[in-house]
Design a protein around this ligand. Structure first.
Ligand SMILES: Cc1ncc(COP(=O)(O)O)c(C=O)c1O
Length: 372
């Protein structure tokens, strides 16, 4: 029997192991100099003035909504075809998620669809750079006018839009969950250029305390603190940041290998009863976080069973958020025809930089065989 090919797998070697071991040996393992180095490196890579390390992207979305004072009676526009974490944070903040429908090909909403959903209660628009392709930011920003655009960049490390990295302009939230293109085990980063907002996020991230613990506990330092606004406990550790720093050095190689695999799939899976992911027409660099196909020739459970039989992993990104039970209970049933159609057909095929050509070819051969 062939080895199992997982849908995703972190991409580490001894360098990550050594970097983590060095932090463990150093005696300082929580937020400290490695987090600071990771934040500075990430901000400069992305082209943002600041970056703030966190224990997840979800935590980032929570404190960004809070720092923007989004709450009761407010509306936030976001796609239904996304991971539920953003939607949960909107609801938990007391605001209402206003869901927009996506395009069949890219699984992302058009700017005009966001524009139509704007009301006088709209407090933010949260586009998602789906699967590693950039949303059409210029057009979405035009539609938003003065309404803040918060970018869900969880899938978009090394994604570029018209020559610039995602996350360099608006407030953006990245994820380093193990499935993501680079990982810190769990973790996230907020990037931004609004210094007042970033200062407030820094407080909300860690109890409301301004000075980092490592600065309060050093030799001869002042251990006192004050709290002006209560905060959460969302800090990244130096163990995670050490991992992230090594992963960052590999980003170009990771994107290259993911793009090669995507290229092989786009060629090898043509014309066989599934719809391949559409890529945006505007200039961009895709980071191929996911490879999401829409299966037409078979019912999805049959397709998944055939992949499982052939020892090939798969994912489903994502169940439509507007059809989640608690959303329907809160707001009633909405109709988003394209999202509903794709939600019943999508499957994510294996894509990660550790896959060799034999494994890529095996996925292609199995999928072709199943749909033949
Ligand atoms: C689109 C999207 N947004 C946000 C998140 C949340 O990321 P995290 O797990 O780091 O909180 C994810 C995670 O998978 C995601 O796919």
């Amino acid at each position: 029997m062939n080895d199992f090919i997982p849908m995703s797998r972190p991409y580490f070697d001894e360098e990550e192991v050594e970097a983590v071991a060095a932090v463990l040996r150093s005696g300082w393992i929580t937020t400290g100099p490695k987090c600071k180095e990771f934040e500075e490196g990430f901000a400069s890579f992305i082209g943002a003035r600041q970056a703030l390390s966190l224990n997840s992207a979800t935590a980032g979305m929570h404190i960004v909504l809070k720092a923007m004072d989004i709450g009761d009676g407010d509306e936030v526009i976001t796609p239904s075809m996304t991971f539920a974490s953003t939607v949960n944070q909107i609801v938990l903040a007391g605001a209402r998620p206003v869901f927009v429908d996506c395009d069949y090909d890219t699984l992302m909403p058009q700017a005009s669809v966001y524009a139509k959903a704007i009301t006088k209660r709209t407090k933010a628009i949260i586009p998602v750079h789906f699967a590693g392709a950039p949303a059409d930011l210029d057009a979405i920003e035009d539609a938003a006018g003065t309404i803040p655009v918060i970018e869900d960049a969880a899938h978009a490390i090394d994604t570029r839009y018209k020559g610039r990295h995602i996350g360099g302009k608006n407030t953006a939230i990245f994820s380093f969950h193990p499935i993501k293109n680079i990982t810190t085990g769990e973790g996230g980063m907020v990037t931004g250029n609004d210094e007042a907002l970033m200062r407030r996020l820094r407080l909300l991230k860690f109890h409301g305390i301004e000075r980092d613990a490592w600065k309060r506990y050093g030799k001869g330092s002042d251990p006192s603190y004050d709290i002006i606004e209560p905060g959460f406990k969302y800090n990244m550790t130096d163990i995670q940041a050490a991992l992230g720093l090594v992963q960052m050095k590999k980003i170009a190689a990771i994107t290259r290998r993911r793009s090669e695999i995507a290229g092989a799939y786009l060629e090898g899976l043509k014309g066989i009863g599934l719809d391949l992911p559409g890529v945006p027409a505007y200039e961009h660099q895709h980071s191929w976080h996911l490879f999401v196909v829409k299966v037409r020739a078979l019912e999805r459970p049959e397709f998944m069973a055939a992949l499982a039989e052939a020892n090939i992993g798969y994912g489903m990104h994502f169940p439509a958020c507007h059809t989640l039970s608690y959303i329907k209970k809160l707001y009633g049933a909405a109709t988003l025809p394209v999202t509903e159609e794709v939600a019943g057909r999508i499957i994510s095929l294996p894509i990660h930089p550790g896959m060799d050509d034999d494994q890529v070819n095996r996925v292609i051969a199995v999928v072709r065989g199943v749909l033949a």
